[in-house]
Write a protein that binds this ligand. Sequence first.
Ligand SMILES: NC(=O)c1ccc[n+]([C@@H]2O[C@H](COP(=O)([O-])OP(=O)(O)OC[C@H]3O[C@@H](n4cnc5c(N)ncnc54)[C@H](OP(=O)(O)O)[C@@H]3O)[C@@H](O)[C@H]2O)c1
Length: 348
Amino acid sequence: MKEAIDVAVLGATGTVGQKFIRLLEGHPMFRLAELVASERSAGKAYAQAVAWKQETPIPASAAGMVVRPLHAPLSSSILFSGLDSSVAGEAEQSYAGLGHTVISNASNHRMGDRVPLIIPEINPDHFGLVHHQPGPGAIITNSNCSSMFLAMALAPIHRAFGVEKVQVTTMQAISGAGYPGVASLDILGNVIPFIRNEEEKLEEEVAKILGTLNGDHVVPASFAVSAQCNRVPVHDGHTETVSLKLVRNASLEEVRETLAGFRGLPQERELPSAPPAPLILVDEPDRPQPARDVWRANGMATLIGRLRPCPVLDYKMVILGHNTVRGAAGAAILNAEAFVSLGYHLPR
Ligand SMILES: NC(=O)c1ccc[n+]([C@@H]2O[C@H](COP(=O)([O-])OP(=O)(O)OC[C@H]3O[C@@H](n4cnc5c(N)ncnc54)[C@H](OP(=O)(O)O)[C@@H]3O)[C@@H](O)[C@H]2O)c1
């Protein structure tokens, strides 16, 4: 068995950072070696610095680790970033310039021409963009959480029949807003029909993920996405209702079989964080529900239910995914597994 690769978590105290710590415990390819957060946390033991909000205890391997400040020199070759976007852009670039591979959740670099925006089931060839980055390290990104589940559901349909246009309405969990996030007086018993920049992210990121690699850039997929995003009083799990029009005719059964049969590189290579199937079709008429279904396949699958004809476009469905697992930390870890498995990663 190969030696584990040392990794650090930037933004280790945040909502996504905590999920990284939890998911990296006992990881067969990666060993958590360093933690980084703001000056507020730096110098403290992790257990003292963090307001731990996970359902499982702080892993013993992380609890006593001393948190370092941003820009501290690091020895880990892979850095997982759950940094706030106010600091992520510059910090990630600087660490990549020092030779680290930065695998980021932040939005700052996602739409950069030479930055891969990866879902390894869909576009692992886009990793090739790292060869066009200035180096010596690299920046790799995963998508916004809502974009993740939409791209995942659209990918096999687009490949098989072509997608012409998409309407999506999201109902997004409060954990998607970080900690402490949305004030309880604003969200309890309420729906907030606005999440800053979220609709734009969905509309542009999905097109890049489903786009075509052309040398040093990606030509985005040409279908239009119209998104409406809402924050709802749900703890974890983003639900999205989707209607879509196809380029070529397909029966409901053909669409269903295409979704159910979808597999990608993580499944073929049996990567440690890969769900057995990236899409799970549920048949009960009142599912998927975030409170009941979000942890299916350890939070790494996208659930699809209520697939049916749409009288305005062609078909409609409900999708659900775990926003801080497959929509954030779990996605980044799977990206790192795919990057290493494909031989892109060079130790520092
Ligand atoms: N939550 C989600 O579902 C989700 C999904 C996809 C992507 N994302 C993205 O992931 C990133 C983290 O989100 P989050 O929800 O985990 O946010 P969060 O809970 O607010 O955590 C932010 C992290 O950034 C650190 N930080 C803040 N200001 C800093 C500074 N000046 N210098 C160094 N570190 C600083 C914080 O450290 P301290 O604790 O020391 O302040 C904390 O560790 C964001 O870019 C977000 O857009 C989030």
